[in-house]
Structures are given as C-alpha cells and as structure tokens.
Write a protein of this length. Sequence first.
Length: 277
Amino acid sequence: MYYQVLIETSERVGKAGGNKQYFELDKTDLTEIEERIVYPFLRKEDFQFDGYFLKVAEIKRITIKETQKTTQELSQYENDNMPDGIIMFVSPKDIVSYDKHTKDITTVVFDKAKCSLPTKSATKNNSPTLDLTKVFIVHGRDDLAKTETARFIEKLGFTAVILHEQVNSGKTVIEKIEAHTNVGFAIVLYTPCDTGSLAGEHTQKSRARQNVVFEHGYLIGKLGRHNVCALVKGDIEIPNDISGVVYIPFDDHSAWHLSVAKELRNAGYSVDMNKII
C-alpha cells in the first residue's frame, strides 16, 4: 500500500493565481505521516513537508490518498494507454487527482488522529531541542567509508559526530549517544566487515558488524526512523523485516550524496543542495 499526500497553501502561483501545491508521493508508512504531518497540524504547529517549512496558518487543504501501486507505475500505465488522438502527459503528481486509482482516506486519518492526539504538554518536557548542525556517524572497520561520509557531512556545513572517536572516559557507544542526546540525525554505515550464515549453511555472506546493527536499531528507537538512514556498501546482508527503514546504496559514483541530502532536509536540516555538486 502507498500513501500520497497533497498540501495546498494560500500562496498564489501561476497566471490563474491558484493555491501552491506540495506533494510527498509513494510513502509507505502511514504512522510516520501522522506523526510528522497530521499531529503537528492539529496542534497548530508549523512543520516540514517536501523539504519546505510550512506555516500552519497558511495551509488551506491537506489530502491523503491511498493507492495500490506507486504513482510512477500508475503514471506509466495512463501514458501507455492514452487514447488515440489525445496528446498529453500524466505525471505522478497528476495521479493524485485520479479517483479511479486512488482512495481518499483524509477524513479517516484525521478522525483517528484527533482521538489519539498526543498533547503538547505531555511531550515537551521529554523533548530536548534538536541540534540540527550535527550528524551522528556509526561505522564498522571501513575507515575509508567513514572518512568519505564525514567529509560529505562537513561539506554540507554540518559537524560529523563519529561516535567511536569521541573521548572514551570509560563510556560505551550507547552512553556516548546519550551524551549527545540532542543530535537530530544519524547515518549508519553498513560495510562488509564480517561474514556469517544460518546454522547448517556452508555459504558465508558478507554483513556489517553486529554492534553496527545493534546501534542502528538503538538510534531508530531514540531518534525515530525518519531521522536515521543507513548507507549500504556492496552486496551485504541487511535486516529486511523492519518497515520504513531507509537503506541507501553507498556507490562509487557518489549518487548517495543526493539521497542523504534529501533525508537530512526531510529531518529538518537546512541543506544547501548546491554544495552537493
């Protein structure tokens, strides 16, 4: 199941002066949509959407729709089956307005959220102000991957907090994370540092160090899934039964730079996309 979110604001665009539209397409985690968009809107709080900070007072409409396939697939279907004589292109964003492909679940989602809305007072005492200038980096034995990732984070203007390099003082990595409790995002490097297999199997598969997998799970629990991403180097074994976890291929051509930058923007970091080049 895929979820499509459209937000219209009072900002006018185009010659007709229509409301400006923002889209987030093909989301797979409805709970994440509730926590990041619906709850803040109901609490009358500004929030980030599609890389932009939206003021709740300027929001005119929020629409949440459900599709069985991705908008890319549905767009391709519509364009491949366009009647003869009609020249037009149906984009993934256009699919959101196609009733035959979508089911509007806006009312259902908002009614449910109103009943389970966490109050601001219940959470503010336990929610420290996030430092959106620092990024955790958790790694295995691949120093080159660690260094390359840290340099990219610094190129974007942020501070790379490499946990294994922090002053020890007898602290475990988990205790070091707690010491930097307000860091807002983490990158976990899955590099082929170990090998392993199921009991009884003779073929060994490459995998990340087990402490890296553990720390990944801990950070997801601490920061939230949308504030953690994993860079995966090579053909290695990764946990595949956790929904909503972001895995980005750590390729040799640096295509991962754009993906990581987008994840940082979605987490609220102010990213100058020109610095990626």
